[in-house]
Write a protein of this length. Sequence first.
Length: 242
Amino acid sequence: MAEKPIIEVQGLTKRFKGLTAVHDVSFSVEKGSITGMIGPNGAGKSTTFNMICGYYPPTEGKIFYNGEDITNKKAYEYTNMKIARTFQIMKPLKNLSVLDNVTAAAYFGHAGAKSEKEAKERAMEVLHFTGLYEKRHVISKDMGTPDQKRLEMARALATKPEVLFLDENMAGLNPAETEEAIQLIRKINESGVTILLIEHIMKAVVSLCEKVIVLHHGEKIAEGTPEQVMNDPYVMEVYLGT
Ligand code: ADP
Ligand code: MG
């Protein structure tokens, strides 16, 4: 029998006063996979992430994590789950060094470090893994966008997640930097972390994702391999705006 999906959502709906941001969206994320979520601005992608990560309660629908119904769990209860997102824990502290930022993050989450020694050791490990080790003493705000993005991932990894949510982690990167970000995401996945990512850069989606979910006006309009969804007539229409 196939393993239970690590994340499953059923009929997820979010209404903000008069606006339905997400409507009746269902999908699952298989353990160990990289799943992509695409769609035009305002499609409801970030709102979907926010519901799964416990920031907003869904108006309707259910969320399962490893088969457990977590629909009504609060954000703080998520600390005992192995879910991380690039901006779940506070944004990098601008005036702290890279090392101090990652060390601080190591105290968070289900595996929160119990001592300074443990936090520092874990931070060093994550800095090597993410390629930030050489920059560990640089003050965060003095780094460029690609390293800032890397730092966000390093901070999320310091919490030892089982699932990592990345919301437009490649925005603002040039093609070479995008390629590096793709490599890092693949390496994180190969280390055993399931990834759900929202991304506008199609090259990244195609090269990383086994499955892609397409949202438009809050609804799921397609789901399949990158090739399948990109050849879907409705998806093409939405993207070409015809
Ligand atoms: P995406 O991430 O796909 O660009 P969002 O999920 O951010 O889209 O937004 C979907 C819709 O929900 C948009 O119309 C947005 O303005 C609206 N929205 C998102 N968050 C809120 C909120 N907290 N309050 C009211 N409307 C919101
Ligand atoms: Mg968004």
